[in-house]
Design a protein around this ligand. Structure first.
Ligand code: CTP
Ligand code: MG
Length: 221
């Protein structure tokens, strides 16, 4: 599942983030192409910005993305968009991968690492990177705690789950900033696999420029 329904308020601009231009195409095109080309992915549900369904289908058609099984408008929050997308995933799917369209560069090997972790028996697997800065908890304007950095990981997407576990954990309501948090809260076992700097999330304009530079470097431009 590719979640692309966000408004992209921090990026700004006159259209949803999934349609912000990256290397001449809508941002959505790059992660969609990479998921479509991933041999371990069978089908892709695209959760698109409301009122952008037709444009989203056009992006998929222009790419020749043959694995797109449905394209549905998302909800108010990321969690709701995932719920809406999950309803489109066939009941008999064993594994669900949830990926942010805001992370356009999906390096080879990530999906394999996630699925390997599920084969080892975990309920979920997420890519993570070590945290380099010291992290502190702040309440109001006062630091209340310095967190043990060695125990902290910055997590990315795609995130992989045993499908029925994710369905149960998501439930009908509630918000979390990633899918793994639902599975953790439901008592599921989630593990971390090696993430990748190239999985950066496009949040503000500088991130879009970074993603474009990485893409150009990859293409040898
Ligand atoms: N997302 C979604 N539905 C929402 C909100 C977010 O599908 N209601 C998706 C976004 O499209 C993005 C991913 O979740 O691919 C991560 O969200 P984020 O980076 O926060 O994107 P936006 O919510 O679009 O950006 P902002 O928070 O700046 O408005
Ligand atoms: Mg958001």
């Amino acid at each position: 599942m590719l979640v692309a329904a966000g408004r992209g308020e921090r990026l700004g601009g006159d259209r949803p983030k999934a349609f912000a231009p990256l290397a001449g195409l809508p941002l959505l095109a790059e992660p969609l192409r990479r998921l479509d080309e991933e041999p371990l992915v069978d089908a892709i549900v695209v959760v698109c910005p409301p009122e952008w369904e037709e444009q989203s289908i056009l992006v998929a058609e222009d790419l020749g993305a043959s694995k797109v099984s449905s394209c549905v408008p998302g909800g108010e929050s990321r969690s709701d968009s995932v719920r809406i997308g999950l309803a489109e995933v066939p009941e008999d799917a064993a594994v669900v991968l949830v990926h942010d369209a805001a992370r356009p560069l999906l390096p080879e090997g990530v999906v394999q690492r996630l699925l390997d972790a599920l084969l080892q028996g975990y309920d979920g697997a997420v890519p993570g990177l070590p945290v380099v800065d010291t992290m502190k908890r702040v309440v109001g304007d006062v630091v209340t705690e310095t967190l043990p950095r060695a125990e902290l990981v910055a997590v990315q997407t795609p995130q992989a789950f045993v499908a029925p576990v994710l369905r149960r954990a998501l439930g009908a309501t509630g918000e979390q900033t990633d899918c793994a948090a639902f599975v953790e809260a439901a008592g599921g076992r989630v593990t971390i696999v090696a993430g990748d700097e190239r999985l950066l999330k496009v949040t503000g304009p500088a991130d879009l420029a970074r993603a474009a530079a990485l893409l150009a470097a990859e293409r040898g431009e």
